[in-house]
Design a protein around this ligand. Sequence first.
Ligand code: NAD
Ligand code: UDP
Length: 319
Amino acid sequence: MKKTLITGAAGFLGSHLCDRFIAEGHHVIAMDNLITGDLKNIEHLFHLERFEFYHHDVTKFVHVPGKMDHILHFASPASPIDYLKIPIETLKVGSIGTLNLLGLAKDHKAKILVASTSEVYGDPLVHPQSEDYFGNVSPIGPRGVYDEAKRFMESITMAYHRHHGLDTRIVRIFNTYGSRMRLNDGRVVPAFMGQALRGEDLTVFGDGSQTRSFTYIDDQIEGIYRLLMSDYVEPINIGNPDETTILEFAEEIIKLTGTNQKIVFKPLPQDDPSQRQPDIARAKEILDWEPRVHRSEGLKKVYEYFKSLSPEELRQKEH
Ligand code: NAD
Ligand code: UDP
């Protein structure tokens, strides 16, 4: 039986990865320090013999006994309000945490996949963004703590591949949404849906002309799984190229939820990227992957999820 370590396992993406690798018949070792995650995302797996949980901070020495075949390093705050609140932890998990996991992969001769991000392109001057674009990141801006940690993660991962011959994969994840996102994590999908459900106005930052391209969780997990199983070492974008402005997106959420609330405008956060859309030619060619779930369908599913939350959970505001 394959043994797979997943860091950040109690978070949004990590918990869905646990489900997928359990469904594929792996023994899953889940690791998380719960700084932004929640055990309730994985508690349905606790009864399984093939599932173990380690409450551990990956910036501290990581030791896991026995054999290991794969490591998926997903531990990191991921929402702008999270990483602005805990900037040093964010830098440490992307740098020291990645170093620790690469060392663990080397000891176990395991294959390692690291979770990078479209933020490595910063506020991109090239559109759409293909993997050979080097990006436009401010190292000293507030978002630099996340972007530069992820850029370092990519560099050190390639160094371990080239210098130690480690079997590595790098996924550049574009904005992904789905069940188990924290309603108060500040990202735009839970923010707008939470506001609609609480009967509050929707807060659009700036004039709403900035664009994003949203990927449904099932498509993202499929792309990550295919990348791990491939033999491709260079970074690959996984994202849905269906681009929208944030203002149009707010209008879409108002229509979907039937809320009577209006849109209000708030200041644009510093260094908020003005446009983002993945070029997925590489994912199509190498992984035979492309997104299957249309935004209207995916948003309906995630709205059903948020509607099922308790009134206490709904009251947790994002700002
Ligand atoms: P999340 O906040 O839901 O999950 C992150 C998890 O990592 C949490 O459970 C948190 O407690 C854990 N964690 C953080 N620091 C840790 C540490 N030092 N030791 C152990 N655990 C730690 O975020 P997410 O959206 O699931 O993102 C997961 C990964 O995917 C991150 O690496 C993120 O950068 C990357 N990513 C996500 C998106 C997206 O749209 N969701 C986009 C690009 C990249
Ligand atoms: N955004 C917004 N209102 C909110 C939360 C976010 O207008 O209440 C905007 C944000 O400024 C950004 C976009 O939505 O332009 C996506 O933000 P998110 O935090 O989800 O992800 P990221 O900026 O990392 O892509």
